[in-house]
Design a protein around this ligand. Sequence first.
Ligand SMILES: [Zn+2]
Length: 172
Amino acid sequence: MAFNFKRYLIKVQGGRYYLPVAARLVWFREEHPDWRVETEPLELDVERGIAVFRARVIDEHGNVLATGTKMETREGFADFIEKAETGAIGRALAVAGFGTQFAPELSEGGVAHPVDTPVGALREREKPRDLRCSDCGAPITEGVYKLSEDRFGRPLCANCQKKHAPLSQQKQ
Ligand SMILES: [Zn+2]
């Protein structure tokens, strides 16, 4: 049965419709269970409160079909890291054709779009790997996990990263 995206549409400013990123992901996975979305932080500055993520839609052969990037700041959202990751995923999926016409964030002039819930919950459900901060046990996204492993040698949430010196500084 085809994915009924109409059930998930949200009406936004200007009478346009928006398809939340979580719904785009469900649609994507129903249609292409063998494809995947990978995310990576391009920039993550917890001190300054800036996160830039890139998401890539990859087919079963490893070909990159679409990419999307998104920057968020702490001024915009307390959970700016998750929001940046979610935004990047939403853009990449829209570029790949999942909800393209319902993705006002892609259009020039930037229509203010509703706040998306981070897709973390959705991804955790299908990922047996439990990604958590090794300090406080808070759940963290794969992007944060990777970056933290790189920088600190262990998984830390954004908050706990502030309390630890990066590996590069520890070596001195
Ligand atoms: Zn923590």
